[in-house]
Design a protein around this ligand. Structure first.
Ligand code: PLP
Length: 456
């Protein structure tokens, strides 16, 4: 449709009518907006015809690239049957078949699927499910949650209550339920006698020792804490946290919204350490980046606590209008089929070794503090001073400037503060990865060199 509208007209209407997420609109309206018209493979093409690598998978979603014939067809075929019908008290075909597939590929022991439509709602459901689980079995004192420093679990009020990124979450504090917070291990910036992981485990143990009777669940971004800057857990830490939670009778909620469906080189990040959480939230990659579907998976143990005579009032009273949407479930099914047929997850594990080699030279850059990578999740932390690890001041917006330069050079991504991310679609080839890393490297060098001259 865009061919009937000029760029100027769309840009004007964009500024007049749209309010963008996580965007200071005063900055947005001051610039020429990027308006995407279509996608082709791992590139997005704007209304002026300029092509860009989708270097952040359209905010960490994309798996097989854009405009994939098999995924398009799955939607069209379902559309010719029915676009939507509810899961409240009835079912539809793709929602059943997708639940079966999710249980098949999930860590052993996760046997039930509860749908929703975003990562935040999948987390919201996980929290309510964990809370009500204890109420339903008569352990009424377990009402609190443990989260981790700088955690991000989505933007609804419950998810924000277990969020811990001050810039995003602090303003809402009066609206939130309070949670306990333990440190996420962050070796690059860790100080002290104990290692970062030891510190995390010691804090968790102390808290559980004192408060396990009050705590319903521990919620974790397994292996990679995404929005805080792609922080990677030291090996073994997740497994020990899981064992500790179990020993103290606290449920483990794994937020696999960012890490699920092959992103880290395993189908789910929990698999790196053989962990089965009690509840697992998934979204982002579930439909290959096509439609908003999310799911909260759980065990027979949790499910059975809700399974009772109606009069006992143990029903899980939660649902959304589009829960189990057939179009979304159909494309998710096609996504999972392609993931297996094309051995995408194995491909990520293999190609990520090549990606590590491509990224290695960046560690020597004057203003790169650390390059972190797990599979196809990469964070490059920029620092003003490499020796002292002094960060850039937030209002220098170094990450924003690097990403703006990358966009001029044909690569789309978004920073997380001073961390520049690269989260390529999982089908990206080694040549494409090399080109993307090349653009990022050049953009980082240009912008940090200019900032150094200006700052001197
Ligand atoms: C993106 C994300 C969410 C929120 O997902 P939405 O679909 O944006 O609501 C939750 N948890 C993690 C770890 C995420 O990365």
């Amino acid at each position: 449709m865009s061919h009937t509208h000029t760029y100027e007209e769309l840009a004007r209407k964009n500024k007049q009518y749209l309010w963008h997420p996580f965007t200071q609109m005063k900055d947005y309206v001051a610039e020429d907006p990027l308006i995407i018209a279509r996608g082709e493979g791992i590139k997005l093409i704007d209304v002026n015809g300029k092509a860009y690598y989708d270097g952040f998978s359209s905010v960490w979603l994309n798996v097989h690239g854009h405009n994939v014939p098999e995924l398009n067809r799955a939607i069209v075929e379902q559309l010719e049957q029915v676009a939507h019908s509810t899961l409240l008290g009835m079912a539809n075909v793709p929602s059943i078949l997708l639940a079966e597939q999710l249980v098949r590929i999930a860590p052993d022991g996760l046997t039930k699927v509860f749908y929703s439509d975003s990562g935040a709602t999948a987390v919201e459901i996980a929290l309510k499910m964990a809370f009500q689980y204890w109420q339903n079995i008569g352990v009424t004192g377990k009402r609190s949650f443990i989260t981790m420093n700088n955690a991000y679990h989505g933007d609804t009020i419950g998810a924000v209550s277990v969020g811990a990124i001050p810039l995003y979450h602090e303003v809402y504090r009066p609206l939130l339920f309070s949670s306990y917070t333990i440190p996420y291990p962050y070796p690059y910036r860790h100080e002290g006698e104990r290692s970062a992981a030891e510190e995390t485990l010691a804090c968790l143990e102390r808290l559980l020792d004192e408060k396990a009777d009050e705590i319903a669940a521990l919620i974790v971004e397994p292996i990679v804490q995404g929005a805080s800057g792609m922080i990677i857990m030291p090996d073994g830490c997740l497994k020990q946290m899981a064992d500790m939670a179990r020993a103290y009778g606290v449920l483990l909620i794994a937020d696999e919204v960012a890490t699920g469906f092959g992103r880290t080189g395993r189908m789910f990040a929990c698999e790196h350490e053989g962990v089965t959480p009690d509840i697992m939230a998934v979204a982002k990659g579930i439909t290959g980046g096509y439609l908003p579907v999310a799911a909260t998976l759980t065990t027979d143990r949790v499910y059975d606590a809700f399974y009772a005579d109606y009069e006992e009032q143990k029903t899980f009273f939660h649902g959304h209008s589009y829960t189990g949407n057939p179009l979304g479930c159909a494309v998710a099914l096609a996504n999972l089929r392609l993931l297996e047929e094309r051995r995408i997850v194995e491909g990520v594990a293999e190609k990520s070794r090549r990606l590590a080699k491509l990224l290695a030279p960046l560690s020597d850059f004057a203003h790169v503090g650390e390059v972190r990578q797990k599979g196809f999740m990469v964070g490059i932390e920029l620092v003003r001073d490499k020796q002292t690890k002094e960060p850039y001041h937030w209002d220098e917006r170094i990450g924003v400037r690097v990403c703006r330069r990358a966009r001029e050079n044909g690569l789309l991504t978004r920073p997380l503060g001073n961390v520049v991310v690269l989260i390529p679609p999982l089908v990206s080839t080694e040549d494409e990865l090399a080109e993307m890393v090349g653009i990022l490297a050049e953009s980082i060098e240009d912008v940090t060199a200019a900032a150094a001259v200006k700052g001197a």
